[in-house]
Design a protein around this ligand. Structure first.
Ligand code: AHR
Length: 658
């Protein structure tokens, strides 16, 4: 495929020149009749803690293994020196480990610890960092620790850039805090803690370092640049926490939402299945702190303006990894799982007098989060899935009849399981069905009409995980994003049944990824928005209010034979019209936009056009975030009939107004 892409690239300039000779494509856009409303939830985000998306990513905590609970070694992620002992009778019952710093045994020796975070600790010049720790002096009296932001590779006289002392003044566990301002920018710094009072003994637990400047200033907050990237997508729906992570490699390691709420110090860590799912991209120190838990998810949804869509376990552990029935919960023993789902709804929406509503209020949000959707199960399949889903549906309908339930059609975009599950979801009365497709170029090119003939009387579609992958090597590149844009015209045209769509996965750390392509890449200091990100953003920005019928020779424009590689859709937004055209061909295409059904004296005027194209079709923005960006162009047009040209391999949006 690489060779093909290179050939395509070399055709680009030549092809542009052919436009004037090419036949004109006439698109009839019916302005008389508004089509289905585009749901506010149409374009959204799928969050899963894969590729260090949570700890080491969106969750702004800079210390790895802050509670000394990594199971193979409680000191994993730490370098201890002098006299450091791990103990396990700490103040937090679900995280019992802590460290005891004692006399190093000589006036010229030192006791302490270092932590270099996730691939280093990213510091920005002039930025403030809040260090906090739970501590005590077990023998009574006072003691001091010294906290430093430092780098062993610092060529200055001292390794530390900045240091502060913290006086520990009680034999009881208490939280201490100090703010350090970094005088430097360094993506790979470390945190070092010295026992300053060498003769004392000090116990330390939950050692944490956060930038003060988090998203919305929350102390247990999100990395501001990454949360901003989500906000800028205008996501209508926010799916969380996955993905396979919902199911667990075994039931023990499934995402248990109840462990992700309450004080962060007492949220038990969970294994992250992406630590070991691919042994060719192994990260033995990848765990979920649950610091970004369900409360933080609901809050962030509210702050970025999305509807939250939690997915809960249906009692089936990941079916890719468990053939044996005994790995799953028998249908007649699902009660605890069903209760977890009901309790989650209560946590989100319950009155403060309810058990879980009270916890939400205690955590800082007495008002309900107004949860409307709940997914049950991730990529489940076989007869066992509807059998497991059914009791959830009954219990949720009985207690919360307004909650919309999302079922799944399994991991495949078509085939036996898919064909079996869709009617089953209809039989069970699921409101939406979650479809997944990580598929190659030819699949995306052939699916422009995918939803045109779907059952209009069944559940609605949630395209819950999708991305265009090249065969073999998978990586972010323009051509794949272009085909996503082409495919999305079919989502928009079918807005009556497609109610949600979320690209996946969302985030990837450049040093910690297991899966690609991804929507947003980042390192310890920077965010890189991919071309796929801009495709999603453009669809969201120009979502419109109602679909309009757009045809060429009375057929939907879906990249079908004879349609010159064109995909197109149109929406109305008040007095504006947005026409989206994706030219997947190697030739520039002349298009006549013929607006029908307008009054004689009515005209449409061009407002602007947005263009996303490049001749670097194998590239993306990961190394240079400005490499391929949408451009806004002037668009002067007037009338009911407008001629435009769309360049080869190009996504264009034409904005017109009455
Ligand atoms: O997005 C990565 C994974 O792909 C998800 O966890 C899973 O649902 C799918 O197989």
């Amino acid at each position: 495929m690489k060779t093909k892409l290179i050939i395509l690239t070399s055709f680009l300039l030549m092809a542009a020149g052919l436009a004037s000779h090419a036949q004109t494509n006439t698109f009839d856009i019916n302005m008389k009749k508004l089509g289905a409303p585009i749901q506010p939830t149409m374009y959204g985000i799928f969050f899963e803690d894969i590729n260090f998306a949570a700890d080491g990513g969106l969750y702004a905590e800079l210390v790895k293994n802050r509670s000394f609970e990594f199971p193979v070694d409680p000191l994993q992620g730490w370098t201890a020196f002098g006299n450091v002992k791990v103990r396990e009778d700490g103040p937090f019952d679900k995280n019992p480990h802590y460290v005891r710093l004692g006399n190093p045994g000589h006036a010229h020796k030192h006791t302490g610890l270092e932590n270099s975070g996730f691939f280093g600790i990213g510091l920005k010049e002039g930025a403030q960092y809040r260090f906090s720790v739970w501590a005590r002096v077990p023998d009574g009296g006072n003691a001091t620790i010294r906290v430093e932001l430092m780098d062993r590779a610092n060529m200055g006289e001292r390794q530390a850039y900045v240091q502060q002392r913290v006086a520990i003044s009680s034999s009881q566990w208490k939280k201490y805090e100090v703010v350090l301002t970094s005088p430097v920018t360094n993506p790979k710094a470390s945190l070092r803690i010295f026992l300053q009072s060498k003769e004392a003994t000090v116990d330390l637990e939950h050692i944490s370092l956060f930038p003060v400047d988090t998203w919305m200033g929350h102390e247990n907050g999100m990395r501001k640049d990454l949360a901003q990237a989500l906000y800028d997508l205008h996501p209508g729906i926010f799916r969380f926490p996955g993905g396979c992570i919902v199911e667990g490699t075994d039931l023990e390691t499934r995402y248990n939402w109840k462990n992700s709420v309450g004080p962060v110090e007492n949220r038990p860590i969970n294994e992250n299945r992406w630590e070991y799912t691919f042994d060719y991209r192994l990260f033995p120190d990848y765990f979920q702190s649950y610091g970004l838990g369900f409360y933080e998810f609901f809050l962030l949804s509210e702050e970025i303006g999305s509807e939250p869509l939690p997915i809960v376990s249906c009692g089936l552990a990941c079916q890719f990894q468990n053939d044996d029935e005994s790995a799953h919960v028998p249908v007649d023993e699902l009660q605890d799982y069903i209760q977890d789902a009901l309790d989650l709804i209560e946590f989100a929406n319950g009155d403060v007098s309810t058990k879980w509503g009270a916890l939400r209020a205690e955590m800082g949000h007495p008002a309900p989060f107004n949860l409307k959707f709940l997914g049950v199960g991730n990529e489940q399949w076989g007869e066992t899935y509807p059998e497991h889903l059914e009791p959830f549906v009954k219990a949720i309908r009985a207690k919360y009849p307004d909650i919309k339930i999302v079922g799944t059609s399994g991991p495949d975009s078509e085939g036996n399981q898919f064909d079996f599950l869709w009617p089953e979801m209809k039989r069970l009365g699921a409101d939406l069905v979650d479809e997944h497709f990580y598929r190659p170029y030819d699949w995306f090119l052939s699916q422009g009409a995918r939803y045109d003939n779907y059952d209009r009387k069944g559940p609605k579609v949630f395209a819950g995980e999708y991305a265009c992958h090249a065969r073999g090597k998978k990586w972010n590149h323009f051509y794949a994003s272009l085909l996503e844009a082409a495919f999305m015209t079919g989502l928009e045209r079918n807005a009556d049944i497609v109610h949600m769509a979320t690209y996946a996965p969302l985030f990837a750390h450049v040093e910690g990824w297991q899966w690609r392509p991804d929507l947003i890449w980042f390192d310890n200091l920077n965010t890189m928005r991919t071309v796929s990100y801009y495709v999603q953003q453009l669809y969201s920005q120009y979502k419109g209010a109602n679909a309009l019928t757009l045809t060429m020779d009375k057929k939907n424009v879906t990249g079908a034979d004879g349609q010159n590689g064109l995909f197109a859709s149109a929406v109305a937004d008040g007095n504006k019209v947005y026409v989206k055209v994706v030219n997947t061909s190697e030739k520039a295409q002349s298009i006549n936009l013929n607006f029908t059904g307008m009054k004689k004296n009515e005209v449409l005027k061009g407002v602007k056009s947005i263009r996303l194209t490049t001749d670097k079709i194998e590239e993306d923005n990961i190394e240079d975030p400005t490499n391929i960006l949408p451009e806004e162009l002037a668009f002067s047009a007037q009338g009911q009939n407008v001629n435009v040209t769309v360049e080869p391999l190009c996504f264009r949006i034409f904005v017109l107004e009455k």
